[in-house]
Design a protein around this ligand. Structure first.
Ligand SMILES: Cc1ncc(COP(=O)(O)O)c(C=O)c1O
Length: 373
């Protein structure tokens, strides 16, 4: 049997990793500024994380959500305190897309309405509702396209209000910082206005923090830079450092109805052990502050040559925009300098390093980039 060939692959085979370092099958060492697409939060194979996973696997790996699981309660308590939402409740699932799917479903249950407002250049995942709210027609099948979704331009509060005023909108979904769409940071004033508009028209404000959350931008969630509180926050990626896990935080406004949400694997023991270890490491090693400090260092020191048109983002969620295609630059970084980076569109290098990145490692990237551009 062959693999279903949907991924464009780099010719690298990682076999071992530690912190921000990866080794391939030939023993070559790489610096990871991509974090497996913003997933590696506390560094690869952190000893506290691997010990927690191993210990849990030896104790009990899985049972269903029909029995008490104290690890879920422990995570909910720790997460509430760590992220500043102790009065919200947590529903655990398996991925970012599933989290957004559940959030949109809850917005619709809660309001009895069925239309969603999303934003141009958004990415919310590949499941039915999440992909319908994603501004990329090439990945939306006719089956997905039947969802009622209206796209507005980011930062256009007037357009959002004119849609909300029609009275049929269940919710508005927006990324804390747009990731795949090109590291677009929404205006502070717009985010505040969006919050009041959703309240005014009774629509649920869903903040997709799948990529921008979990400390990546220098606050636990990116929207906390705007001083607003969404009704639902969605999470994934860094929550369990690579063990599949996702979740949503719901404000106290939402009623929990038995059976309304559910999943087989969500909240399983292994994912919980990983997610708890991640929060412990984030706190013990002050990784949110580190993300901000090292992110600022990168931003200030990335070489501003004539081919660089913009550098934007927050903390360790950064985009370097070029006025040319970045494909050759990324290739040179990977094959000549042995540095993993991400991309957004054709012209942007996207940096989503583990939150443990040091200034020294950031410096190595800066020097390498300087040499290849
Ligand atoms: C903002 C955002 N939302 C949702 C998703 C989907 O997450 P997953 O791939 O875990 O389903 C992603 C993935 O890149 C994302 O960046």
């Amino acid at each position: 049997m062959e693999l279903f060939d949907v991924y464009s692959l780099f010719d690298v085979t990682p076999v071992k990793a530690s912190g921000c370092t990866i080794w391939d099958d030939k023993g070559k060492e790489y610096l990871d500024l991509y974090g497996g697409h913003a997933v590696i939060s506390v560094g690869h194979c952190h000893p506290h994380y691997t010990a927690a996973l191993k210990e849990q696997a030896e104790r009990i790996g899985f049972y269903s959500n029909s029995v008490r699981n104290p690890l879920q309660e422990k995570l909910a308590h720790m997460l509430g305190e760590a992220c500043g939402y102790p009065d919200y409740s947590l529903f655990l699932d398996n991925s970012g897309a599933e989290s957004n799917e559940n959030a949109l479903k809850m917005a619709s249950f809660h309001t009895g309405k069925d239309r969603i407002i999303a934003f141009r250049k958004s990415f919310h995942g590949r499941t039915s509702g999440a992909v319908a709210a994603t501004d990329n027609p090439s990945i939306v099948s006719p089956f997905n396209a039947v969802h009622k979704v209206t796209f507005c331009n980011l930062n256009d509060a007037e357009a959002v209000e004119s849609e909300l005023a029609k009275g049929d909108v269940a919710g508005v979904i927006i990324e804390g910082i747009q990731g795949c769409g090109g590291i677009n940071v929404p205006d502070d004033g717009f985010m505040k206005e969006l919050r009041s508009l959703c309240t005014k028209y009774g629509a649920v404000l869903v903040l997709d923090e799948v990529q921008s959350g979990y400390g990546r931008t220098g606050k636990f969630f990116a929207h906390q830079w705007n001083g607003i509180k969404p009704d639902i926050i969605t999470m994934g990626k860094g929550i369990a450092n690579g063990f599949p896990c996702g979740g949503i935080l719901l404000s106290p406004e939402f009623e929990a109805v038995k059976g309304r949400l559910g999943t087989t694997f969500g909240g399983n023991y292994l994912a919980m052990a990983c997610a708890i270890a991640v929060l412990e490491i984030i706190e013990k090693e002050s990784l949110i502050d580190n993300a901000l400090n090292v992110g600022n260092y990168l931003k200030e020191n990335i070489p501003v040559k004539s081919c660089v048109s913009d550098i934007r983002g927050r903390g360790l969620m950064l985009g370097i925009e070029f006025n040319c295609s970045v494909a050759p630059i990324r290739k040179a970084l990977l094959y000549d300098k042995h540095i993993f980076t991400g991309v957004a569109g054709n012209n942007m290098i996207r940096l989503l390093a583990p939150l443990t990145l040091t200034k020294e490692q950031a410096g190595a990237f800066i020097n390498a980039l300087d040499e290849v551009i």
